[in-house]
Design a protein around this ligand. Structure first.
Ligand code: 18C
Length: 261
């Protein structure tokens, strides 16, 4: 799935570079639709404050914006984060975000991760239980996760674009996921990564030539009541912690490995 828009791949290649097993799965129409929607949403700017996005973290290249929103009295503030990191590719970023074997290395809020279904090598269904924040109920999340290369030629200045999209799956499709002690959060997350190569070099590319532009968007509905002020305090602490730790992890993992485009 690395040949963008080539004719010979037209029959099996889609916009997100998935051929085969995922495309015949019952969830595929939804996965394809949500990925397209979320990519468009991630690409839309934050409008320099004009359309409700307020900046709440501004640390060098890392910027985080939120919109304060509530649904039935629950805080569901959408988050949009932008970052630029050196020395890694979009595919490398997405690989470490998507692949389950690395999750515990960078994700600090986890208690347990289970894979409920392997739809295809790039599409998995996860059940995660998260650490409890006393005195609130413990939370879990059940979601499909899809990783793919974007082949729509919209980001003409980037060398390549990869995404991972995570979106809550329907409980009735996975009744075995029910855990009576947890409240289920409902989430939609997209990580969009673009590789840039210094001077558009095509040969002898080293890690010094690479930068990766990251856009991370997330909406998490806590699923059951939690005090707004506590939730907003958790967001403010956890999202910057996540993005710093995750990007540092990927840089460390990649530095002595061959570049993966
Ligand atoms: O995107 C991220 N990670 C992905 C892979 O794991 C995936 C996960 C999304 C996480 C959803 C949040 C699940 C609830 C967590 C509850 C406990 C968190 C705090 C624990 C601290 C000790 O897409 C990176 C995710 C970055 C982390 C963001 C934190 C979001 C907090 C949401 C709070 C939800 C309700 C908590 C109720 C507590 C009330 C006081």
């Amino acid at each position: 799935s690395s040949v963008p828009n080539s004719t010979e791949n037209a029959a099996t290649e889609d916009e997100f570079g998935t051929g085969g097993a995922a495309r015949v799965h019952r969830l595929w129409p939804e996965i394809d639709r949500i990925c397209t929607e979320q990519l468009k949403y991630a690409r839309a700017g934050v409008g320099e404050g004009g359309n409700g996005w307020q900046i709440f973290v501004d640390e060098g290249e890392m910027k985080m914006y939120k919109r304060e929103e509530e649904v039935n009295g629950l805080v569901v503030d959408p988050l949009k984060a932008c970052h630029m990191v050196k020395g890694v590719t979009a595919r490398e970023m997405c690989h470490y975000f998507f692949m389950p074997e690395y999750r515990n290395d960078w994700e600090t809020t986890l208690e347990d991760v289970q894979i409920l279904e392997r739809i295809s090598p790039d599409t998995l269904v996860f059940l995660q239980t998260h650490k409890r924040i006393w005195p609130a109920s413990q939370r879990d999340a059940m979601f499909w996760s899809h990783m793919g290369k974007v082949n729509d030629n919209v980001d003409a200045d980037a060398h390549d674009v990869w995404i991972v999209c995570n979106h809550s799956a329907d409980e009735k499709d996975y009744p075995e996921s029910k855990n009576s002690k947890c409240v289920r959060v409902i989430l939609t997350v997209i990580l969009v990564c673009q590789t840039y190569i210094e001077n558009n070099k095509t040969t002898n590319i080293t890690r010094d030539d690479l930068s990766c532009k990251i856009t991370y968007c997330s909406v998490v509905n806590p699923g059951g009541w939690a005090p707004a002020s506590a939730l907003r305090a958790i967001y403010k602490r956890e999202y910057p912690k996540f993005l710093k730790r995750f990007t540092k992890y990927v840089i460390d993992q990649c530095k002595d490995k061959p570049i993966m485009f």
